[in-house]
Design a protein around this ligand. Structure first.
Ligand code: A2P
Length: 296
């Protein structure tokens, strides 16, 4: 049974969701269907992943009540600005095939064009007022970006989704989130970013092979991925592991029948190397990737 977390606006989401970053569109429908069958009720996608349509298709095929599923998606930076972001909502909602998006967040802070980021967030606030979305938030916001946003906007983000796995725990970001009452959501929660092909250099080591995590996994008769997911949940974070493999999809939600001890949690905390695997949030702008979001 999944646990739930209450957001700062009273909305409840499952602690463990399902991610589709880097899931090819042709694999996404099957993966999301599998995830819904396995019991996941929170799907995290993004306009920038190019697979919202396939997520929507899987949700429809599942036959599960729309209200029982939390759909989270993200506005890409090329759609920042007030009117542009209102339109980005229409594009995403149409591709997903839904009238309302549960959680709509800004994908990046875009510090070089922060005014456009603020305008984008104001559009999210409007969508919230209009009932088109149930909650709004941000992703990859560092404490200074959060502080700047809070000075210029009204609604406290419900979530801040950031790179977070045992090798990169961002304690300063977790602290800032907590101070604002924002839920920390972990992307790449089992450290996929530490072994994804095409990212980083040869010095990267997969966290799935980490000795400490392996030892703890063995002690509980669980896998390293399950130990990392359990660590997130016990520390109060939302986590959204990605997989397109049916067995691993099922394995990743099977984390509610064991408990890590306090010293095991702190042993995992101590693995932090302070080195991010993904892009530096201070450097992302529309020219970072050649990515524009097609019309629905
Ligand atoms: P696959 O889709 O083939 O299962 P993250 O969400 O932390 O970025 O991790 C995603 C990566 O981890 C993907 O490469 C995924 O591959 C792999 N993965 C997902 N679940 C597991 C698991 N339980 N054990 C090992 N690898 C996993």
């Amino acid at each position: 049974m999944n646990q739930h977390i209450t957001l700062n606006n009273g909305m409840s989401i499952p602690a463990l969701g399902f991610g589709v970053f880097q899931s090819a569109p042709e694999e996404t429908t099957a993966a999301v269907e599998q995830a819904l069958n396995a019991g996941y009720r929170h799907i995290d996608t993004a306009a920038g992943y190019g697979n919202e349509r396939e997520v929507g298709e899987a949700i429809r095929r599942s036959g599960i009540e729309r209200n029982d599923i939390v759909i989270e998606t993200k506005v890409w930076v090329s759609d920042y600005g007030y009117d542009e972001t209102l339109h980005a909502f229409e594009k995403s909602a149409t591709k997903l095939g839904v009238a309302q998006i549960d959680l709509l967040i800004l994908h990046q802070p875009m510090p070089q064009h922060f005014e456009r980021t603020v305008q984008a967030y104001r559009a999210l606030e409007q969508l919230l007022t209009d009932g088109r979305v149930r909650a709004i938030g941000v992703s990859n916001f560092m404490p200074n970006h959060l502080a700047a946003l809070r000075e210029q906007t009204e609604v406290v983000p419900a979530v801040n989704q950031v790179e977070l796995h045992p090798y990169f725990t961002q304690p300063n970001v977790q602290r800032a989130n907590a101070e604002h009452g924002i839920l920390t959501q972990a992307w790449s929660p089992i450290g996929g970013i530490t072994f994804y092909p095409g990212w980083g250099d040869d010095t990267r080591r997969s966290m799935l092979d980490d000795e400490t995590i392996g030892r703890i996994a063995e002690a509980h008769g669980k896998t390293p991925a399950q130990v990392m997911l359990r660590w997130h949940i016990q520390e109060g974070r939302s986590a959204i592991p990605k997989s397109t493999n049916p067995e691993r999809i099922t394995q990743n939600i099977d984390v509610f029948d064991f408990e890590l001890a306090t010293d095991e949690l702190s042993d995992i905390d101590a693995l932090d190397r302070g080195v991010r695997g993904g892009p530096d949030p201070d450097e992302v702008d529309p020219s970072t990737w050649d990515l524009t979001i097609p019309e629905a």
